[in-house]
Design a protein around this ligand. Structure first.
Ligand SMILES: Nc1nc2c(c(=O)[nH]1)N[C@H]1C(S)=C(S)[C@@H](COP(=O)(O)O)O[C@H]1N2
Ligand SMILES: [Mo]
Length: 390
């Protein structure tokens, strides 16, 4: 621990914390996941041949084999949305706060910046992140902005307010089904938080990622971040926040981002539908490298911020072996990187898998243990990878 601390201090002194890659060779190595001198990547034999991290201009999958430090570069950060990119006039931008508040607000970016500025390390994945995307709908960033709470305090939230609805500037036509009727309406992307969540001090309004203003992909000029939650909560191109008493029933709140499971409730197997909210405990192996003799397995962990008790790697169904958490990724809501040194790997094909356990005792499930989950969101199952040692 003392050594890891001194390495971190050294990086800080050099102004290099979070860069890592090119300087790593000159510094004590520890668990920094960047490629060291003479280290090469061992390809996965089950990596999809047609994997394309850049399918079109507005959606991007991160190639997690390229993880080389705590933070995902902005131009590689995964990105997705439902209605494409809206056009936002940055000069005319105002965040509106309306509804059950004492003084409605219209805040320019400068006005928001006058309320303060701080950094938040937060990683997230899309709730649809899965083996199909090689777990690349995930990333970790250092965001700059202010806690939502500062804006809400300024507006003065009414005591009967219960629901806080966040709208993006992006909109689309939607069919709303009601009994036997269908209505076509235009709606903005919207997500809500309860009073307790909104006022907790955790939700964050971000205008920068890794020290640079948000790009249009990331929701410029302003987005919400709900640390520890799946990506859908992080409303991009945030344009208005409406405070109300009744639950918000919008499509992306109550219909699309749900999970259907079968559960035993009071002795009876019942279907149970829940809203997508906090990230479920997940670890994935991102990359295997070798220096010619030893092999190193690197991966990431995402969860709701509960401290991690252990992360382990298993080879070919053998004993679980304890991996090491990187000292560079110890922030509560950031992703955690881990490495495991694999000695004595024999030639041939091998299956590697990781499993993470948090301090509440929750263990990352196997795919088979998720069989009662009918819908595909929130797939945090263990992710076996195949590699061939020459
Ligand atoms: N305004 C708006 N915000 C949005 C979305 C959207 O469609 N519109 N999609 C959400 C979903 S499903 C995810 S996973 C994240 C993706 O954020 P990113 O593009 O910065 O990675 O944005 C969320 N915020
Ligand atoms: Mo998502």
């Amino acid at each position: 621990m003392a050594l890891e601390q001194s390495r971190r201090d050294m990086l800080k002194t050099l102004g290099l914390a979070g860069i890592g890659l090119s300087v790593a060779a000159n510094l004590p190595e520890f668990v920094l996941p960047a490629l060291a001198q003479g280290e090469t990547v061992v390809p996965f034999s089950d990596f999809p041949a047609n994997f394309n991290p850049n399918p079109n201009a507005t959606t991007r999958t991160f190639d997690i084999r390229k993880i080389d430090g705590p933070f995902t570069p902005a131009d590689q950060f995964f990105t997705t949305q439902h209605y494409g990119h809206p056009t936002v006039d940055l000069a005319a931008f105002r965040l509106k706060v309306t509804g059950m508040v004492a003084s409605p607000q219209e805040l320019s970016l400068d006005a928001l910046k006058k309320l303060g500025s701080r950094d938040l390390v937060a990683g997230f994945e899309c709730s649809g992140n899965s083996p199909r995307l090689v777990q690349g709908f995930a990333g970790n960033g250092k965001w700059t902005g202010i806690p939502l709470r500062l804006v809400l305090d300024r507006a003065g939230v009414h005591r009967d307010a219960r629901e806080f609805v966040f709208f993006g500037a992006d909109k689309g036509q939607e069919e709303v089904e009601w009994r036997t009727q269908k209505f076509t309406v235009e709606q903005q992307f919207g997500r809500s938080l309860t009073r307790e969540q909104a006022l907790s001090g955790e939700p964050f309004l971000a205008w920068a990622l890794n020290g640079q203003p948000l790009t249009v992909h990331q929701g410029a000029p302003l987005r919400l971040l709900v640390p520890g939650w799946y990506g859908v909560a992080n409303v991009k191109w945030l344009s208005n926040l409406h405070v109300q008493a009744e639950p918000y029933m919008g499509k992306f709140q109550t219909r699309w981002y749900r999970t259907l499971r079968e559960e035993n409730i009071g002795g009876v197997t019942m279907p149970k539908e829940t809203g997508v909210s906090k990230m479920r405990l997940k670890s994935v192996i991102a990359r295997v490298t070798t220096t010619g003799k030893a092999h190193k397995v690197t991966g990431y962990i995402l969860n709701d911020g509960t401290p991690i008790r252990s992360v382990e790697v298993q080879v070919d169904g053998g004993q679980w072996q304890r991996a090491t958490l990187s000292a560079d990724t110890s922030d509560t809501y950031g992703w955690k990187l881990f490495t495991w040194d694999w000695t004595g790997a024999t030639p041939g094909e091998h299956t590697l898998v990781s499993r993470v356990t948090d301090t509440n005792g929750a263990v990352q499930p196997t795919a088979a243990e998720l069989a009662n989950k009918k819908t595909f969101l929130e797939d945090n199952g263990q992710f076996p990878r195949k590699i061939t040692i020459a």
